[in-house]
Design a protein around this ligand. Structure first.
Ligand code: PGA
Length: 341
């Protein structure tokens, strides 16, 4: 046959390959024809044309059983690769379709409001058709919403410790720092023992807050109790109260991201701080994430690395030389490998 085995891309059709792949897999022309809703003569004729193009017999029929020749086995492997690639392409295209429009609904704890909109902004640049709804509330409310499965994803400062089973993916560091008004007498000290804080008026977040829980645990573990003079349910309100000299507080370093070196409050170098905390993206175990939610999760994990560097730079700006944690790193608070636990 002239030109046999050459220029196959032009002479062989995908339909022929599909029929041959079904034949080789089923070891039967009849079954291949049935699978592809063809008549047996049509299937046989297409496979014959394919064999002519290749220039070698592809199989031998002994009784009802089909045996592939060496060329047939090679061709079968090629078919598996080609159709595997096409399947992957099909999946990618449908994911791209899914990312063109749709909604992402998230509930996040208060401190994530300093981080999530920023990441969402970048995500929206990539996928402008996606609508985002972001509910900002405290840990207790986020846990309630998680149990009701009301949102696609949740961001919180600690993994849920009880209740429903979840997947929790570490996304970025969320260090907790002690804030004090500028000019506070402890401002220049290093490694201040925790007990020195109990004489200071302390402004606390409300019950149900993750920050409050983390701070209380630290004091409890040391057998101490902070002198809480006021409870406020907003990080911003606490920052203002501290800046006005009402007291000190423990808040996320993220709450100072916008102000940077113009921070309205100073940081105290207290033992146990900056407290390493990590944001987790959480969802109920077994929940099938939408294409959008899955993509956003990956995107957050990638952006989380920059957040670590940003936090280190902010700490270096706000703490005086010689102050801060022994390795001076906020980035270590987030695990680099996003293990789903
Ligand atoms: P919260 O959570 O808003 O409930 O205090 C924040 C955090 O845990 O960092």
């Amino acid at each position: 046959m002239p030109g046999a085995g050459k220029d196959l891309a032009r002479r062989v059709t995908l339909r022929q390959l599909k029929i041959f792949e079904a034949l080789a897999r089923n070891r039967s022309v009849t079954r291949a024809a049935e699978e592809l809703y063809l008549t047996q003569p049509t299937a046989s004729m297409q496979v014959k044309k394919l064999a002519d193009a290749v220039g070698m017999p592809l199989f031998e029929q002994i009784g009802r059983q089909v045996h592939l020749t060496e060329a047939g086995r090679e061709l079968y492997e090629t078919c598996v690769e080609i159709f595997g690639s096409l399947d992957r392409l099909e999946m990618q295209v449908s994911e791209m379709e899914g990312l063109k429009r749709g909604t992402l609904k998230m509930a996040v704890v208060t401190t994530a409001k300093y981080f999530a909109p920023h990441v969402l902004g970048h995500f929206k640049q990539k996928y402008p058709g996606i609508e985002v709804s972001l509910k900002v509330t405290n840990r207790e409310r986020v846990l309630e919403q998680l149990a009701l499965n009301e949102f696609d994803l949740y961001i919180m400062g600690q993994k849920p410790e009880e209740g429903i089973e979840v997947e929790a993916v570490p996304i970025a560091p969320n260090p907790l720092v002690v804030m004090a008004p500028h000019g506070h007498p402890l401002e220049d000290e290093t490694n201040i023992p925790l007990e020195r804080l109990i004489d200071e008026p302390f402004i606390a977040r409300e019950a149900g807050s993750g920050i409050r829980q983390a701070t209380e645990r630290l004091f409890d573990a040391a057998g101490l109790q902070p002198n809480v003079i006021m409870e406020l349910s907003s990080n911003e309100a606490i920052k203002h109260a501290v800046a006005s000299g009402l007291g000190i507080s423990a808040l996320s370093l993220h709450s100072l991201t916008l102000e940077g070196s113009n921070s309205p409050v100073g940081l105290l170098d207290v033992e146990g701080f900056p407290m390493d905390r990590t944001w987790y993206a959480v969802y109920p175990r077994g929940k099938k994430l939408s294409v959008i939610a899955e993509s956003f999760l990956e995107f957050m994990v990638e952006e989380g690395f920059n957040v670590g560097e940003q936090m280190d730079a902010l700490l270096a700006t706000l703490l005086k030389p010689g102050q801060g944690s022994s390795d001076g790193s906020a980035a270590k608070a987030a695990s680099p490998a996003p293990d789903r636990s």
